[in-house]
Design a protein around this ligand. Structure first.
Ligand code: PMV
Length: 336
């Protein structure tokens, strides 16, 4: 019997991935950029055990068993890891041994807090360790096939997922733009507005958006390429003003696409909108951009803020949004 345990943090997209050009391979219609949080914040922790005596592959998520179905994303990831193990000549564990996987998240699952990103990144990385496969761009293509955004959580710091051009997806990989040390005073404040599971899963939301939104092609073809170049430059220069503006605009555009979907996907709620307005008023009072919001496929807010401005922002947030105005009343803080 051989066992491996790994931890992977969530990543929060600054330029959002929304829409696939290939469902099974999970090939996106646009590039995306994210920041990975530190490993002591929002994380998935996974233990993978392989044994000659196990009779079948099994998996538990937060203590509940989940089916290990043929053709599922889980099985696909395992097959891909076996293929890489073979290609690498790895003999540490026989691919014929069955595995047991136990994964836990230290935050709400599927509440738009990138739980699948951390989960699949952790699963694929743990499997790679088990079979002695090094971390590589190719490994990011495996995590991508579990959950698209998971490919970005294999690296720390700022990460770009390249849409790629090939039909087989081999060039749809994640690459690090800058390590977490590059901008050490960048912090993330997460306001948990609601920790229930999201109403429309991202897979369905994306499918409907690609089918029905008239704005999504303009975003993918014209807006995102420009923003990727501008944001990469802002990250390189540690230019918070440009970083904040692009991040907020991209979050707004992603939710505009969700609303342009028919029937519409509504991920933000009244409190989310109040948080966005609060950030704009706060920045106006401060005289420049001191905070930036972004919302994924759920109502919870991620606020980017430089370390020196954290106490002031936190103070203002707590005054404007006393904890009983949020369902869970929790503030989580993630460091880059
Ligand atoms: O990887 P998925 O299927 O969970 O989709 C993630 C979609 C967003 O979180 C909204 C955007 C992103 O780039 O992470």
């Amino acid at each position: 019997m051989i066992s491996v345990t790994c931890v992977a943090p969530v990543n929060i997209a600054l330029i959002k991935y929304w829409g696939k050009r290939h469902e099974d391979l999970i090939l996106p219609i646009n590039d995306s950029i994210s920041m990975t949080l530190s490993t002591d914040e929002l994380c998935a922790k996974t233990t993978v055990t392989a044994s000659e005596t196990f009779e079948q592959n099994r998996m538990w998520l937060n203590g509940d068993e989940v089916p290990f179905e043929e053709g599922s994303r889980l099985t696909r990831c395992l097959k891909e890891v076996h293929r890489l193990a073979l290609a690498n000549g790895s003999q540490k564990v026989s691919p014929s041994w069955k595995i047991h996987i136990a994964s836990v998240n230290n935050f709400p699952t599927a509440a738009g807090l990138a739980s699948s990103a951390a989960g699949y990144a952790c699963l694929v990385y743990s499997l790679a360790r088990l079979y002695d496969i090094p971390l590589s761009e190719e490994l990011t293509t495996v995590a991508r096939q579990g959950s698209g955004s998971a490919c970005r959580s294999l690296y720390g710091g700022f990460v770009q997922w390249h849409r790629g051009a090939l039909d087989n997806g081999s060039d749809s990989v994640a690459k690090q733009i800058a390590s977490s040390k590059h901008w050490p005073n960048m912090h993330v404040l997460i306001l948990v507005v609601n920790d229930e599971r999201k109403k429309t899963a991202s897979t369905k939301g994306m499918q409907q958006a690609v089918k029905t939104s008239q704005l999504i092609r303009h975003r993918a073809d014209k807006v995102v390429p420009e923003r990727i170049a501008q944001l990469t430059d802002a990250i390189e220069k540690r230019d918070f003003q440009t970083f904040a503006e692009i991040t907020m605009k991209d979050s707004n555009q992603f939710h505009a696409i969700a609303l342009d979907t028919y029937p519409p996907c509504v991920y933000m709620n009244d409190v989310s909108h109040k948080i966005a307005s609060f950030v704009h008023s706060y920045n106006e009072i401060m005289g420049s951009l001191h905070a930036a919001y972004t919302f994924d496929a759920g109502p919870n807010a991620c606020l980017y803020v430089l370390e020196e401005n954290v106490p002031e922002l936190l103070d203002a947030v707590q005054k404007v949004f006393p904890s009983d105005s949020m369902d869970s009343g929790t503030y989580l803080r993630g460091l880059s």
